[in-house]
Write a protein that binds this ligand. Structure first.
Ligand SMILES: Nc1ncnc2c1ncn2[C@@H]1O[C@H](COP(=O)(O)OP(=O)(O)OP(=O)(O)O)[C@@H](O)[C@H]1O
Ligand SMILES: [Mg+2]
Length: 323
């Protein structure tokens, strides 16, 4: 059976850049599966997630395949893409305030797609909006429906945005750093709501985050991205316990753990590869303490299979032996 989201060999290039924004990305999410996509700023996580809704940068050339619920997005007609956006996949963004119209009440915001796209009558749309606000854990949904966005806290508004994403009755939720703009307590509440909704409705989820520990706690599998390429993916627990790629190990070593013993933090040296610069070998070679000159900076590593994981590192075998 085809995956709910099946991205294959996705390459996104723009004129005037030294390297592609995405370079041969392969990523899948099965029905009901929670998958995380992690990596430093600028690695291409948002461009990957947005590709599922056909939201490519306007001057980009795109090759490869993005199948969403069996529909090909690359090269698709506007109506095919609209069909996917209105019935298969919905997105939740980092900043809830950026996604709402400040002069429209929450009720109008939520009922508009239900009436326009799903053909609900007014009463039916109002009832569904109340039900969705209740499902995202908002007390007194009737009051929230009458509120303007500025009358709600960031956490409440992100719940409204999750309810909005659910108006399409999607099978796939694309969550682009849904808690980054919120305080720690609210972050945990929003993640709990997303987890509950996902399990209750059997939704597939692609969760973008900077936080590998959070990704591993919430998701079944984790993809690690760097400079527009997938460097490694693995079942969540295995990725955190035995990272094979030096970049994954670097991300884990540079952030405090979510639970358990505190550990000494070691930042990854250098900074992420700019889009202005081309690269011949492994894009991480210049920052990698395991890189072998004349090998890693020359040859592009392909993803190699290790059981149910894959790692794109020419030296993964030797690094494992050395540990
Ligand atoms: N519309 C666009 N036009 C030009 N460049 C773009 C466009 N969208 C993304 N990029 C570039 O593509 C690269 C990847 O961007 P993307 O937003 O996917 O990164 P990200 O991994 O989501 O980072 P962050 O963690 O900061 O959100 C960045 O260098 C970004 O500047
Ligand atoms: Mg992003």
């Amino acid at each position: 059976m085809a995956a709910l989201l099946d991205i294959r060999d996705l390459r996104v290039t723009m004129p005037g850049l030294g390297r592609p924004i995405l370079d041969g990305v392969r990523l899948s999410v099965a029905d009901g599966e929670a998958v995380a996509l992690v990596g430093e700023s600028g690695s291409g996580k948002s461009v990957t997630a947005r590709s599922a809704l056909g939201l490519f940068p306007s001057t980009a050339s795109v090759t490869g395949s993005v199948l969403v619920g069996g529909t090909e997005i690359v090269g698709a007609t506007a109506s095919a893409v609209r069909g996917v956006r209105t019935s298969v996949a919905s997105m939740i963004f980092q900043d809830p305030r950026a996604g709402v119209n400040p002069v429209r009440r929450v009720g109008d915001f939520l009922t508009e797609p239900l009436r326009r796209i799903r053909g609900f009558g007014k009463r039916e749309a109002d009832a569904r909006a109340l039900e969705l606000l209740d499902a995202v854990g908002l007390h007194d949904p009737g009051h929230v429906l009458r509120c303007f966005p500025h009358e709600l806290s960031g956490g409440m508004l992100q719940r409204v945005m999750i309810a909005y994403a659910l108006t399409a009755d999607p099978r796939l939720l694309l969550c682009d750093e849904p808690t980054t703009a919120l305080d720690v307590t609210t972050q945990a509440e929003i993640m709990a709501i997303l987890g509950r909704l996902r399990r209750g409705r059997g939704l597939g989820m692609l969760l973008i985050t900077h936080d590998l520990d959070l990704a591993a706690a919430v998701c079944d599998r984790v993809y690690v991205m760097y400079a527009g390429r997938i460097m490694e993916y693995a079942p969540a627990a295995a990725l955190v316990a035995h990272p094979r790629h030096p970049y994954t190990a670097g991300l884990l070593g540079s952030a405090p753990p979510l639970s358990g013993e505190p550990r000494r933090l070691t930042p990854i040296p250098g900074s992420p590869l700019s889009l202005a610069h081309g690269v011949d070998g492994c894009p991480f070679a210049a920052r990698c303490t395991f890189a072998e000159p004349g090998v890693c900076d020359v040859t592009v590593p392909a993803l190699q299979k290790y059981g149910d994981s894959e790692t794109a590192c020419l030296r993964a075998g030797q690094i494992l032996e050395a540990r």
